[in-house]
Design a protein around this ligand. Sequence first.
Ligand SMILES: Cc1cc2nc3c(=O)[nH]c(=O)nc-3n(C[C@H](O)[C@H](O)[C@H](O)COP(=O)(O)OP(=O)(O)OC[C@H]3O[C@@H](n4cnc5c(N)ncnc54)[C@H](O)[C@@H]3O)c2cc1C
Length: 383
Amino acid sequence: MDFALTGEQEAFRAEIREFLSSEVLAEERVEDGWISGYSREFSQKLGQQGWIGLTWPKKYGGQEKSYLDRLILTEELLRAGAPVAAHWLGDRQVGPALLAYGSEEQKQKILPQVCKGEVVFCLGMSEPGSGSDLASLQTRANEEGDHYTLNGQKIWTSFAHVADYAYLVARTDPDAPKHRGISEFLVAMDTPGIDVRPLIDATGEHHFNEVFFDNVEVPKNRLIGEKNRGWYQIASQLDYERSGIERLLSNYPLFQDTVRYAKERGLTKDPLVRDTLSQLQIELDLGRSMVYKVAWYLTQKIVPNYEAAMAKCFCTEVEQRIAKAVSELLGDYAVLLPGSPHARLAGRAAREYLYAPAYTIQGGTSNILRNIIAIRGLGLQPG
Ligand SMILES: Cc1cc2nc3c(=O)[nH]c(=O)nc-3n(C[C@H](O)[C@H](O)[C@H](O)COP(=O)(O)OP(=O)(O)OC[C@H]3O[C@@H](n4cnc5c(N)ncnc54)[C@H](O)[C@@H]3O)c2cc1C
C-alpha cells in the first residue's frame, strides 16, 4: 500500500502554502480559526481562488476535486491559523447537505454564493432541552398555506448574529415517533420574528447565541429534502461535521509556536519538556492518520460513521491535552505585562486553556461518540 500523496496533490499543497504565506501574517495567526476567525473578506479571497466547495460539481461553482484535496486545503488553512469561520459551515456541511437533499432551485441559488464566500450560515439544532438527544427537539414548524410557521428556541447557535441563513431542524409532525416527525429548513435570518441574543463564552468571546422564533414564516420552497425525513438526513451531515481535521488542528498554531519558543529559550534541555512535546506530536500524527482514513472513505463513497466518531473522540482529546500542556509550559509567562515579546503567546495559551473544554462537547460529546463506537463499531448492544 502506498500512503504517499500524488505529485499533483503535493503541488496543490505548495500552492496553498504560498498563498497563505502572504495572506496570514505570523502575528495574526489565530487558534480555532474555524470558530473565532471570522472574516468575510478572507473567505471571499479563498472563493476567488476556487477553494470553497472544492469537491462540488462545476455547474454549482465547485471544482470537482477529491475529498483528499479538500483535506489538504483545510489542513493547510488551519495549520496557518487562517480566519476561515465565515465560510466554514457552508463549505463543510450545509453545501454537502444541499447537494444530497436540496431542490434544484436551492442548489442553483445557494451553492454558487457559498463558493464565492458570500454567504454565512448558522446551524439551528440544539435547544435548551435537546442537545445529545437532538431528536427530542421541540421547535415547531406548522404547515399553513404557502409557508411553514416556526415557533421555538435554539441555543448555542454559533454565528447566528452574523449569518444570512440558519440551517434549522424543527418538528413538523408532533404525533409521529420522535425521530420521524422532524424536517430541515433553510431560514433567512432577516425574516421578521427572529430574535438573536448573545451568549458570551468562558474566554469572553461572542460566537454563539440563543435564537428565538416567534411566528416566523418560512416559504415552503425552503424545506430541505422530504418532510418528516429530516432526522435521517441529519445523520449523514453529522458525519461531515465530526470527521474533519478541524477536530485535530484547532490549536495547532499555538502548539507549533510553543515548540518554536521552547527551542529558542532552551526549554528543551529539560527532558520532561522534550517528552511532553514529543508525545503530543505522536498523538497529532495518529489523529491525522485517522482523519485521512475518513477522507479516503469519502473518496470511495463509504459512509464513515463509527470511524468519524472515533476520529472526533480521539482528536478533540488530543487538542485538550495540547491546551493543558502548553498552558503549563508557558504558565510563568501568562502573567507578563502587555508589550512583553511573549505576552501574545502566553495570552493565546490562557485563552486556549479556557476554550478547550468545548472541543469534546461541540459537534457531539465524547460520551455520545463512545456510544456510537460501541454500538456501530463493536456491535455492543445496550442491555
Ligand atoms: C463551542 C460550542 C459551539 C456550539 N455550536 C452549536 C451550533 O452552532 N449549533 C447547535 O445547534 N449547537 C451548537 N452547540 C451545542 C452542542 O452541539 C451541544 O452542546 C452538544 O450536542 C451537547 O448537548 P448539551 O449541551 O445539551 O448537553 P447534554 O446533551 O445535556 O449532555 C450533558 C452531559 O451528559 C452526557 N450524556 C447525555 N446523553 C448521554 C448518553 N446517552 N450517554 C452517555 N452520556 C450522555 C453528555 O455527554 C454530557 O456530558 C455548540 C456547543 C459548543 C460547546
